[in-house]
Design a protein around this ligand. Structure first.
Ligand code: NAD
Length: 343
């Protein structure tokens, strides 16, 4: 079968990771990425044999810097089946008419409004709804993490409500203009935060309320999740379920994994590129059950958690597989994703 031809518009935090993940898929071909600036990111791509395209307005800038581009975004769109839009939040929607004109399938990111696409997506929750769609929105890092946990728990007992607090990282490591540097900022002060409604774009039936604060760290987010389930399930059942679920890692503080810094250090020890941890990391000792209330704490690597879901969304749009399990198997094997207890 012919490979799925993929282009990536935007080669920043998410775009570069998705592009490299596409290159590892046996059923996909990365045709090229779009860069607007002739900066070190463009040099990196060219040096790594990733064809770089640009927008018409930037052609001259690349020429001045002596960086050769493969063509324009419009030319890239003529050669692909799917475009993954990884431009900054809100910019993706402005490109939609161009993508539509080119007749390509579109994968958008969580920084876009939900109405940018036919369906908001998480592999664990609504893979089938995305099959064959023209446009799919992969929800944000925080929403992806919440959904992975909720939809996993929902397999053993119906999740009736969720209350979650999100401790957000202040910025990605490369960002110098964001903060806070020395404060904890309610985000927003008026509750609830937008994360609950974003979960509802995928699970409209769920009663969920979230709150959020931003803290001075760049490594990961942390969530404190309270879920009310229909049945009285045991802590052991929950641990077993999380343990056997792909893309979920259980970290033990008794093993020294006491913080996001320890988790990142472990990813470095594993030799993970850019210390990526696309798995959802749940602290084993935090998992607590009281009657039908389940509580846990989880760490979320914001820069990489949505990468596997982007790969699955490409397969869903192209109907390249029939089930979530099929795509999870290929994606996780090629990306080297782990599950179960660390180590
Ligand atoms: P980023 O700023 O790191 O990367 C965006 C890239 O797009 C940059 O390379 C930028 O130069 C380029 N760009 C800017 N304007 C452009 C334009 N008009 N046309 C083409 N390219 C343009 O952003 P990011 O963090 O990768 O975020 C991308 C999307 O992913 C957003 O919707 C964001 O909300 C979402 N997302 C981000 C994270 C995260 O933690 N960084 C996590 C999950 C989802």
């Amino acid at each position: 079968m012919a490979k799925i031809r993929v282009g990536v518009n935007g080669f920043g935090t998410i775009g570069k990771r998705v592009a490299e993940a596409v290159r590892l898929q046996p059923d996909m071909e990365l045709v090229g990425v779009v860069k607007t600036k002739p900066d070190y990111g463009a040099v990196y791509a060219i040096k790594h044999d990733i064809p770089v395209y640009t927008i018409k307005d930037s052609l001259e800038k690349f020429k001045e810097k002596g960086l050769e581009v493969a063509g324009t975004l419009e030319e890239l769109l003529k050669q692909v089946d799917v475009i993954v839009d990884a431009t900054p939040g809100g910019v993706g929607a402005t490109y939609k008419p161009l993508y539509e004109k080119a007749g390509v399938k579109m994968i958008f990111q969580g920084g876009e409004e939900a109405n940018v696409a036919e369906v908001s997506f998480n592999t664990f929750c609504n893979f089938n709804e995305a099959l064959g769609r023209k446009s799919i929105r992969v929800v944000s890092c925080n929403t992806t993490a919440l959904l992975r946990g909720i939809c996993t728990l929902n397999k053993i007992s119906r999740v009736e409500s969720v209350r979650a607090t999100i401790v957000r990282r202040g910025a990605d490591p490369k960002e110098t203009k964001r903060g806070p540097i020395n404060a904890i900022v309610p985000n927003p002060a008026k509750m609830p935060s937008h994360h609950g409604p974003d979960v509802n774009t995928v699970l409209p039936w769920l009663d969920i309320v979230t709150s959020a604060v931003v803290v001075p760290t760049t490594l990961m987010h942390v969530h404190i999740v309270y879920a009310r389930v229909k049945d009285n399930i045991t802590r052991d059942e929950i641990i077993e379920t999380f343990e056997r679920t792909p893309r979920i890692l259980l970290a033990s503080s008794e093993l020294g994994l006491k913080s996001t810094a320890d988790i990142v250090e472990y990813a470095r020890d594993l030799g993970r590129k850019r210390y990526d941890i696309p798995e959802l990391v749940i602290w084993l000792e935090s998992i607590t059950v009281k009657n039908n209330e389940v509580m846990w704490m989880q760490a979320v690597h914001q820069e990489s958690i949505v990468v596997p879901e982007n790969i699955d969304a490409i397969r869903a749009a192209m109907k390249a597989v029939k089930t979530a399990e099929e795509t999870i198997e290929i994606t996780d094997k090629t990306l080297g994703l782990l599950h179960g207890r660390i180590p």
